[in-house]
Design a protein around this ligand. Structure first.
Ligand SMILES: [Zn+2]
Length: 302
């Protein structure tokens, strides 16, 4: 009898483990929100590392195995991951996560996409040819994403639907409370110019009233040239821009050279939790870091 009970208990445990949703998220920001909502009800794999360029992720063969077994794939849906994700999906052959399947969680639905061109033109190497895909640095968009993820988890795992909805609600409420504080902190710097290496901060700038429209790259994905940098330096001098932001996978040395010429400060930023030290815990921790470090740099007297 003891043996039989132990056997049944073992079986129940095994079923319990199997019942967890198998979730793959393309990038660590999406993964962080999925974790907030899914908690211990999901088994989560993140493909891109937080310090990796999301446009050019090193696609390892193990990703195909993960995608093959996934119940849900959480992705941006705005062509950020297209270049490396498409071949992986072809290799994974998983009907559960193909386009429009229940497990295909396309997070950009309902997000107001910015810089969408009238017509597609990839000929000049522009990797934002379908519009600016870095929408998750605006916390308002994180709320939209949280809804998508909770809805998808609820569809795939109806038993826990209420848990997912309650977690999404809690996450959104925490963002709302934080948004007030973040807006207040950056309010004194409204309209100020910040230079970015890559055009991944547009949605953040729009949300907090900053101007981040001068870039070290001449076009997204095209490395800086001396002529372009000379132009940037001249523009920085005329606009009084004093801060340059750089993601971890970009060339900080280039930013430092421009900073030396202009007296600007280089600030390390990341779109992903864990991309800069101290932001590993959550999307909120990352936003806290971004708002505080920018407010500090913009507030420094020169
Ligand atoms: Zn980009």
């Amino acid at each position: 009898m003891k043996k039989l009970l132990a056997g049944i208990f073992g079986l129940l445990c095994a079923t319990g483990v199997q019942a967890r949703l198998n979730v793959v998220a393309t990038t660590p920001d999406l993964a962080s929100i999925a974790r907030e909502i899914g908690g211990d009800k999901i088994e989560l794999t993140t493909l891109a590392r937080p310090t990796e360029d999301p446009h050019f992720v090193d696609a390892r063969p193990s990703f195909i195995v993960k995608l093959n077994k996934a119940d849900a794939l959480i992705h941006g849906g705005a062509e950020l991951e297209t270049g490396w994700l498409r071949p992986l999906l072809e290799g994974a052959r998983n009907a559960k996560i193909v386009s429009a399947a229940k497990g295909d969680v396309r997070c950009c639905e309902g997000v107001k996409m910015l810089e969408v061109p009238a017509s597609l033109d990839r000929s000049k190497g522009d990797i934002h040819a379908a519009g600016n895909p870095h929408y998750l640095v605006d916390p308002e968009n994180a709320k939209i994403v949280a809804h998508h993820i909770a809805d998808a988890f609820g569809e795939l795992d109806p038993t826990n639907r209420e848990v997912y909805n309650a977690s999404a609600k809690r996450f959104i409420e925490s963002l709302d409370a934080k948004l007030v504080a973040w807006c207040e902190k950056l309010a004194p710097f409204k309209g100020q110019n910040i230079v970015a290496y890559h055009n991944s901060w547009l949605y953040f700038a729009e949300r907090f009233g900053l101007k981040i429209d001068l870039f070290l790259e001449p076009k997204p994905g095209i490395p800086p040239s001396p002529a372009h940098l000379a132009d940037v330096i001249a523009k920085m001098k005329s606009t009084g821009a004093r801060v340059i932001i750089v993601d971890p996978y970009l060339n900080r040395k280039t930013a430092e050279t421009v900073a030396r010429e202009t007296g600007a400060t280089v600030v390390d930023v990341a779109q992903f939790p864990g991309g800069v030290k101290g932001t590993e815990d959550s999307y909120v921790a990352l936003m806290d870091y971004l708002v505080n470090s920018l407010a500090k740099a913009l507030g420094e007297k020169k």
